[in-house]
Design a protein around this ligand. Structure first.
Ligand SMILES: [Zn+2]
Length: 511
C-alpha cells in the first residue's frame, strides 16, 4: 500500500479512535494498554502489529508461516524505502537487520521490548535508525509457548535448539525467512531466570546479572565476522550498555553449581545465532535478567524488564549504525569467500592459559546479599579435528528422510538417475558411544563415532542423493551429515539409530 493511502486510512481511523494520535501520543502496545499488569496473548500482539502496519507508511506486516499450534508467525518490516517493504531488498549502504524475540515462551520481555521499539521506529520517534538500517522484527517467534506460558512450542520442542533438525514449523519458517531476506545482522533476544531452583538455588545461590551478549562463536563462522565480533563489536557494545547504566557482560554459560568451571555461550549449530552465523550473518544473542516472582509494582516486574531490554536493543542498533560500513565490507568479503573448505568437526571450551580463574558475582538465596565467588575459567574455544571437507557427499540409504531434512535447510542436492561409480573415501563405523549428562534440568546427549576411511570406488544407484558442497550452505551441510561432527544430526533420534557399528556408513564422502 502506498504511503499516501496509508496516511489517509490512518487519518480516517484516527477520527474513529481519538486516543491514537500521530503527534506526541502514540499507539500503546497491548502491555502498555494494560498498564503492565497482565501479559497480552499472541492474538493481541498480532493485532497490534497489524495496526502498526496499517498506520505507518514505514511498516509492512508479513505472515511468514504458522506455528505447530496453528498460530500465525508474524514479522514486521520497517524501512524508509518502499523497495524494502515490497521486496525485502535493501538499498546499497544499508544494513538489513533481523530481530527475533520470544523463542522461549516464558521470556516475554523481549517480545514486549520489540513491540514498543517497532512502534517508536515506525512512528519516527527514533529517527536515525531507518536512515541506516532496514529492520525485520519478529517479536513473538513462539506464539504457542507465549500463550501457554511454556518455554516450548505446541509440539513440545525447545525451538531455540532446533536448528540442526528443523523439526518444527516455527524453525522451518524462520530458516525460509533467513534465506528469502538474507539479513546482514541477526539478534536473538532472550531472558534468563536468576533463580534456578533445582541446581544453583539448591546450593543457596542466585545468579546476579543484568544483561549479557554472545556472538556467533562456532569456529567455522567466518573469522572476518567472528573475530570482529569478539574483539571489537562486543567490547564496544558492552561499554555502551554499561554507560547507559545497565551492567553488561560477555554471556556466561548457565551456572548450575558453585564448583563448575565458567564458560561462555553454546558453540553448537543447534542455536539460531550460530546457524545464521555459519551463513555469513553477523549474529548476536542478548539475554536479560528475568526476576523471580516477588512483590513488584508491575506483573513480574515486566515494566522494568522491558526497559532493560530496550536499552540493550537500542545500544545494539546504535553500534550497528556506527560500524555499518565496516560490517558491510566484512559481510561482502565473507559472501565472496563462502565456506572455507577446511572445517573443524568439533569444538569445546578449555581452560584459558592467560586467565585461569574468573570472579563472578552471585547472591545468597536467603539474604539477597551479593557475594563474589571465584571459579575456574574455561573461556577458550578450542576447535579440534580440522579436516578438508570433501567435494561432495553421497547418501545411499534413508534417502527420502534425508532429502526432507536437506529441503528444510534449503541445501541443494541431486538424485542419481542411473547406476554410476564414483571415487570415494568410504567410511566404516568402528564404534558408536552415546554419552548422556545432566546440566540442571537439561539432559544432553552426544554421540561419539569412531570411523575408518578407505579410498575406493562406490556404485551409486538410482534414487541415491549427491550433495555438492560447493554451495552457500556447503560447510553447514557437511557438519550436519558427517557423524564425527559435534553438531551432526546423529546426536538426536531418530538419526542416532541409523549408525550401524561394524558396517559401511550410508553417507559417503566423494573426492
Ligand atoms: Zn531463552
Amino acid at each position: 500500500m502506498g504511503g499516501k493511502i496509508k496516511r489517509l486510512v490512518g487519518i480516517v481511523l484516527l477520527s474513529l479512535y481519538p486516543c491514537w494520535l500521530w503527534g506526541d501520543e502514540v499507539l500503546p502496545t497491548p502491555l502498555e494498554g494494560r498498564d503492565y499488569q497482565a501479559l497480552p496473548n499472541s492474538r493481541q500482539i498480532g493485532a497490534f502489529l497489524q495496526r502498526l502496519a496499517d498506520y505507518s507508511p514505514k511498516a509492512e506486516l508479513l505472515t511468514y508461516g504458522r506455528s505447530a499450534g496453528d498460530r500465525p508467525l508474524m514479522a514486521l518490516l520497517l524501512s524508509n524505502d518502499s523497495q524494502f517493504l515490497r521486496q525485502g531488498e535493501s538499498a546499497p549502504g544499508k544494513l538489513k537487520v533481523l530481530l527475533v524475540g520470544g523463542q522461549h515462551g516464558t521470556e516475554p520481555s523481549g517480545s514486549e521490548a520489540l513491540q514498543s521499539l517497532a512502534r517508536d521506529i515506525a512512528w519516527g520517534s527514533v529517527p536515525s535508525v531507518l536512515e541506516h538500517l532496514d529492520l525485520i522484527v519478529i517479536p513473538n517467534s513462539n506464539p504457542d509457548g507465549r500463550d501457554a506460558s511454556r518455554r516450548v512450542n505446541a509440539g513440545g520442542v525447545n525451538l531455540s535448539t532446533d536448528y540442526v533438525l528443523l523439526s518444527q514449523p516455527e524453525t522451518q519458517a524462520l530458516v525460509r525467512l533467513l534465506d528469502r531476506f538474507r539479513p546482514h545482522v541477526l539478534l536473538d533476544v532472550h531472558e534468563s531466570a536468576v533463580l534456578k531452583k533445582k541446581s544453583l538455588g539448591a546450593q543457596g545461590y542466585l545468579t546476579d546479572f543484568e544483561a549479557q551478549f554472545e556472538f556467533a562463536n562456532h569456529p567455522n563462522v567466518a573469522p572476518e565476522l567472528r573475530l570482529f565480533a569478539a574483539h571489537v563489536f562486543l567490547p564496544e557494545l558492552l561499554d555502551t550498555v554499561n554507560a547507559l547504566g545497565l551492567p553488561a557482560q560477555h554471556y556466561i554459560g548457565e551456572i548450575t553449581s558453585i564448583h563448575q568451571p565458567i564458560t561462555h555461550g553454546g558453540i553448537s549449530l543447534r542455536n539460531l545465532r550460530n546457524y545464521a552465523g555459519m551463513q555469513g550473518v553477523f549474529s548476536f544473542l542478548v539475554e536479560n535478567r528475568l526476576d523471580p516472582p516477588g512483590d513488584w509494582p508491575s506483573w513480574r516486574n515486566i515494566q522494568v524488564r522491558v526497559a532493560k531490554q530496550r536499552i540493550c536493543l537500542l545500544a545494539f542498533l546504535e553500534k550497528l549504525i556506527e560500524f555499518r560500513e565496516n560490517l558491510l565490507r566484512r559481510i561482502a568479503h565473507d559472501l565472496n569467500h563462502p565456506n572455507s573448505t577446511l572445517v573443524a568437526l568439533r569444538a569445546s571450551y578449555a581452560p584459558s592459559p592467560l586467565q585461569p580463574k574468573i570472579k563472578i558475582s552471585l547472591r545468597r538465596l536467603e539474604s539477597g546479599e551479593r557475594v563474589t565467588r571465584e571459579f575456574a575459567y574455561h573461556g577458550q574455544i578450542v576447535a579440534k579435528e580440522w579436516v578438508f571437507r570433501p567435494k561432495a557427499y553421497a547418501i545411499t540409504a534413508h534417502q527420502r528422510e534425508l532429502a526432507q531434512l536437506l529441503d528444510r535447510h534449503n541445501i541443494d542436492y541431486r538424485r542419481i538417475t542411473h547406476t554410476q561409480s564414483a571415487r570415494c573415501r568410504c567410511q566404516r563405523i568402528v564404534k558408536v558411544k552415546t554419552r548422556r549428562w545432566r546440566q540442571g534440568v537439561i539432559v544432553h546427549q552426544e554421540v561419539q563415532v569412531d570411523m575408518l576411511e578407505e579410498v575406493g570406488q562406490i556404485r551409486l544407484k538410482p534414487g541415491d542423493l549427491v550433495i555438492d558442497f560447493d554451495q552457500p550452505k556447503g560447510s553447514l551441510a557437511f557438519l550436519l551429515l558427517d557423524p564425527r561432527s559435534s553438531t551432526s544430526m546423529f546426536h538426536r533420534p531418530p538419526y542416532t539409530a541409523w549408525l550401524a557399528e561394524g558396517k559401511k556408513h550410508f553417507g559417503v564422502p566423494l573426492w
